[in-house]
Design a protein around this ligand. Structure first.
Ligand SMILES: Cc1cc2nc3c(=O)[nH]c(=O)nc-3n(C[C@H](O)[C@H](O)[C@H](O)COP(=O)(O)OP(=O)(O)OC[C@H]3O[C@@H](n4cnc5c(N)ncnc54)[C@H](O)[C@@H]3O)c2cc1C
Length: 396
C-alpha cells in the first residue's frame, strides 16, 4: 500500500516507522526540516515519558472512555518503541529524558530509524489540498502532487505555529465531514491584572496553587512574570482555566506561598514577639522572596516599613491571608504562540480507537495533537503523539 503521512512531527515518525514494515510510506513536511517542535521540548532536553501513567494525566472533551486508547497495553507499545529506537533513559523524579539530555539525539534516532525502514521524507512541501476520488487520495501542494491508498493526518494543532503546526489538520478533518471539538490553548501561561506584576516579575517561588473552580491543586515552582504567572504547576491548571474563560466563566486561583505554615497569623504574631522592632519586610524576608513580598504589600496598601504591631487587626489578617491564600482573578491566557499544546480537536467518537481510522472515510487516519486528546506537563503529550502514531501506523 502507498501511504502518505501529512506532517513530519513526532506522531508522524511513530506512524511512519510502524507502517513501513508492510508499506511504501512517504512523510510530507512543510518545513525545510522535520521534527522542529521536538527540538524545543523539555527545554531542549526532551521529556518524552513519565513513570506515573495514571489516567488522570490525560484529557479529552470527546464522549468516549479515554481508557479505550490510553491503557497499559498501548503504553507498553510506547515503551517498546523507545527501546526499539535505542533510547537510553535518564529518569529524574519519574520524568524520562534521553541520557544525552539533548532533544537532537531523539530526532537523530527517529530520522535514522525512519530512513533505515525505507520511509521517504519530503520537506518544503506545504500540503494545501487532500481529496478522495475513486478510493484514492490526491494530495497537492504548490510544488508537489501524488496519489495514495491511505493518508495519515499528523499535522499537530495550533500550538507554537512557528514550528509549522497551524491547524491544517482541523481543516482537512472538517472537509471530510468530521467534528472539531472546541480548541483552546493548554499548558500555557496565565494572565493577571493586579497592578503589581512589574514588581514581582522574575521571582520564582515554591507554592501550592489551586484552581478555585475545579479545586484542583498543583505544588511546585511558580514563576511570577510581568504579565501574570507561569511554571509547570500553572501550566497544569491552564487547561481547565482556558476552557472556562472561553465560556466567559470567571476564573480565579489561590496561591499558598508558604505551604509549610499551618497558621500564618499565629506564626507572625509569635515571630513579632521575638522581633518586635523588625519591619514587615525584615520580619518575613527569610521565608518569602523580598520582591514578591514587596508586591503583595503594595497590593494590600501596607507600608513596607511598618512593624507587625503597627498594623491594625484587619491589615494583619489580610497579610497572613495573602501569604497563604492569595486569591487572584485570571483574566486570560497567553495565546497559541506560547501554548505548548491545545485541548480539543478531532472528536474521538468519530474514529476507531483501535486503529485511529476515520469512521466516516475509509483509509483516512489521524494521530497526534490534531486529536481531541492532550496531557499534563511531564512527557504525556509526546507519549500521546507516539502512542497514536503507532496505532495509526500499525493499522495501515
Ligand atoms: C515549547 C514546547 C515544549 C514542549 N515540551 C514537551 C515535553 O517536554 N514533553 C512532552 O511530552 N511534550 C512537550 N511538548 C508538546 C509536544 O511537543 C507535542 O504535543 C507534540 O509535538 C505533538 O506532536 P504532533 O506530531 O501531533 O505535532 P507536531 O510535532 O507539532 O508536528 C506537526 C508537523 O506537521 C507539519 N505540518 C503542519 N501542517 C502541514 C501541512 N499543511 N503540510 C505539511 N506539513 C504540515 C508541521 O510543520 C509539523 O512539523 C512541548 C511543546 C512545545 C511547543
Amino acid at each position: 500500500m502507498k501511504i502518505a503521512i501529512i506532517g513530519g512531527g513526532i506522531s508522524a515518525f511513530a506512524a511512519a516507522i510502524s507502517a513501513a514494515k508492510n508499506n511504501d510510506v512517504t512523510i510530507l513536511e512543510k518545513n525545510s526540516k522535520v521534527l522542529k517542535k521536538l527540538l524545543l521540548t523539555g527545554n531542549g532536553k526532551c521529556n518524552y515519558f513519565n513513570t506515573d501513567q495514571d489516567i488522570s494525566h490525560y484529557h479529552t472533551n470527546s464522549d468516549i472512555d479515554i481508557k479505550e486508547i490510553v491503557n497499559s497495553e498501548n503504553i507498553d507499545k510506547v515503551k517498546a518503541f523507545w527501546a526499539y529506537l535505542g533510547i537510553v533513559p535518564f529518569i529524574k523524579n519519574g520524568y524520562y529524558y534521553p541520557y544525552s539530555e539533548t532533544a537532537s539525539s531523539m530526532k537523530e534516532a527517529l530520522v535514522f530509524k525512519a530512513k533505515y525502514s525505507g520511509v521517504n521524507i519530503i520537506t518544503d512541501c506545504d500540503i494545501t489540498n487532500i481529496v478522495k476520488e475513486n478510493d484514492k487520495f490526491h494530495i497537492t501542494s504548490d510544488n508537489y502532487q501524488d496519489t495514495f491508498d491511505k493518508v495519515i493526518i499528523a499535522t499537530g494543532s495550533y500550538a507554537y505555529p512557528i514550528t509549522g503546526s497551524t491547524g491544517f489538520g482541523y481543516d482537512v478533518a472538517k472537509s471530510f465531514g468530521h467534528t472539531i471539538n472546541n480548541v483552546n490553548p493548554s499548558l500555557v501561561q496565565l494572565v493577571t491584572n493586579l497592578g503589581i506584576e512589574a514588581k514581582w516579575n522574575g521571582v520564582r517561588h515554591h507554592a501550592i496553587i489551586t484552581d478555585l473552580n475545579t479545586k484542583k491543586s498543583e505544588e511546585g515552582e511558580i514563576q511570577l512574570t510581568s504579565f501574570g504567572i507561569s511554571g509547570i504547576c500553572v501550566f497544569n491548571l491552564s487547561r481547565d482555566i482556558a476552557i472556562g474563560l472561553s465560556k466567559s466563566i470567571k476564573e480565579s486561583v489561590s496561591i499558598n506561598f508558604a505551604p509549610w505554615c499551618n497558621d500564618m497569623l499565629d506564626f507572625l504574631n509569635k515571630r513579632s514577639i521575638n522581633f518586635p522592632k523588625r519591619s514587615i519586610m525584615s520580619l518575613c524576608e527569610s521565608f518569602i522572596n523580598y520582591k514578591l513580598l514587596s508586591a503583595i504589600l503594595k497590593f494590600l496598601k501596607i507600608s513596607e516599613d511598618s512593624t507587625w504591631n503597627e498594623l491594625n487587626t484587619q491589615e494583619q489578617e489580610n497579610l497572613a491571608q495573602a501569604l497563604t491564600n492569595f486569591q487572584i482573578e485570571i483574566v486570560g491566557t497567553k495565546d497559541y504562540n506560547s501554548s505548548q499544546v491545545c485541548s480539543g480537536g478531532l472528536n474521538l467518537a468519530e474514529i476507531n480507537l483501535n486503529t485511529l481510522e476515520s469512521k466516516k472515510v475509509p483509509n483516512l487516519y489521524f494521530c497526534g495533537e490534531v486529536l481531541d486528546l492532550d496531557g499534563d506537563c511531564g512527557g504525556y503529550n509526546i507519549t500521546i503523539a507516539i502512542l497514536t502514531g503507532i496505532l495509526a501506523g500499525e493499522s495501515c
